[in-house]
Write a protein that binds this ligand. Sequence first.
Ligand code: PNS
Length: 168
Amino acid sequence: MRTAVYPGSFDPITLGHVDVLERAAGVFDRVVVAVLVNPRKSPADEVASRVATIRAAVAEELPSLAERIAVEAFDGLTVEACRAVGARHVVRGLRAVSDFEAELQMAHLNRRLAPEIDTVFFMTALEHGYLSSSLVREIARFGGDVSEMVPRAVAAELGAPEGQGRRL
Ligand code: PNS
């Protein structure tokens, strides 16, 4: 069985991530979405709730693939998450050329750390190519409509808007 790990912060998962996940599930028998704990970015309890949201998003957006998609939290290195689940491939999405440099660096470094693990890239669908988790968070925070950018489970969780363009 060919297993791939799709690692990321997924803070939050967007429809761009869902698109990459769907395409990865078309190539691999099992895809493990690995929500990586980054202690500089987010505490572990936030990661646990992110896992629950991603599971809900997978059930909602990709029901026919859900049994072949697992969602788990890991700390430490992506390559160690791969080894833990028996994966030989890392999946990452590329939205634009601007993503390439950082992704190339990570792919090479991961290969240096674990020569048996290779990275496979999927080009994010054009209609989602402009999405980023941090901008989605910002739009939601200021009351913008993100319903076309994220799964419904995420939109419901993004919380109450803080401002509506009022003059301060
Ligand atoms: O969604 P992101 O923030 O672009 O994902 C980045 C992520 C989590 C894949 C990357 O930071 C990562 O792999 N973190 C785990 C620690 C690690 O393996 N670092 C070395 C990467 S070469």
